[in-house]
Ligand binder design. Sequence first.
Ligand SMILES: NC(=O)c1ccc[n+]([C@@H]2O[C@H](COP(=O)([O-])OP(=O)(O)OC[C@H]3O[C@@H](n4cnc5c(N)ncnc54)[C@H](OP(=O)(O)O)[C@@H]3O)[C@@H](O)[C@H]2O)c1
Length: 283
Amino acid sequence: MEFVTLSNGVKMPMEGFGVFQVPEAAVCEQVVSDALSVGYRLIDTAAAYFNEEAVGAAIKKSGIPRDELFLTTKLWIQDANYDGAKKAFQTSLDKLGLDYIDLYLIHQPMNDYYGAWRAMEELYEDEKIRAIGVCNFYPERLTDLCMNVKITPMVNQVELHPFFAQTGAIENMKSLNVQPEAWGPMAEGKHGIFTHPILTEIGKKYDKSAAQVALRWNTQRGVVIIPKSTHKERMEENFKIWDFTLSEEDMAAISALDLGHSEIIDHSVAETAKWLNGWKIHD
Ligand SMILES: NC(=O)c1ccc[n+]([C@@H]2O[C@H](COP(=O)([O-])OP(=O)(O)OC[C@H]3O[C@@H](n4cnc5c(N)ncnc54)[C@H](OP(=O)(O)O)[C@@H]3O)[C@@H](O)[C@H]2O)c1
């Protein structure tokens, strides 16, 4: 496992485990326990995943010292304002059964996220959060945020995989000293990624699967990854990417798969804003 050092000096594992779409408590607790036993130490959840309690239960049961873990959770749109963020943060902390969060992210660039950011800056200064960041902030929003806040985001979690490489967005993040983190690093299984001929062919050279090649490609360009799986053997497979290095030629061949757009979600259209704003996580 490798680590990146964020702009504030905090060390973050370059690979973690995501728990989106694992809402059932018993299942989530089991998969997080499995992931921890495989060796993952970064767990990525969110208030909107409805599984913070299960993540917290698995962490507690594991007996792993708190300072060896890196816990991420996220603030949902409905609570994205100054007071809402303070309250939602405490709710997440209580559900996770923790007294601090390693990384707290604004989940979507929507609602009053500047107000939310001010609340997060205060929580950060009170040492309740070790690093603060955002998700799904495209270059213009990220740049604007960085230019108008006291504490700039340390991480931006966006969709990043071989079919949506976002090279320009990554360059923009790096120029702002914001660490890129990939959600959907395996394109949520789209584009036949697990049997993709080019990824499979490249994998043969290193005795690795298409999934391992896709994950390694992101880390080799400096991106933190959080693959999700409910199967322990896949968790193991996805974690065995630290013992090989893709050649420059192979990196370029994978980057050439980029379609230049997402086939999962388009943040630039009104329908997405309507749909996401309509998703309520509490009364
Ligand atoms: N900030 C955001 O807006 C945002 C959005 C989406 C996701 N995320 C975060 O990013 C994490 C990862 O993204 P994601 O869950 O959307 O997608 P992903 O990790 O790209 O893909 C997960 C899918 O791939 C399958 N899979 C995993 N490893 C495999 C392997 N080795 N071989 C074959 N199939 C495999 C999983 O199936 P099984 O589970 O059945 O194994 C699941 O269907 C999430 O869990 C979440 O924490 C954040």
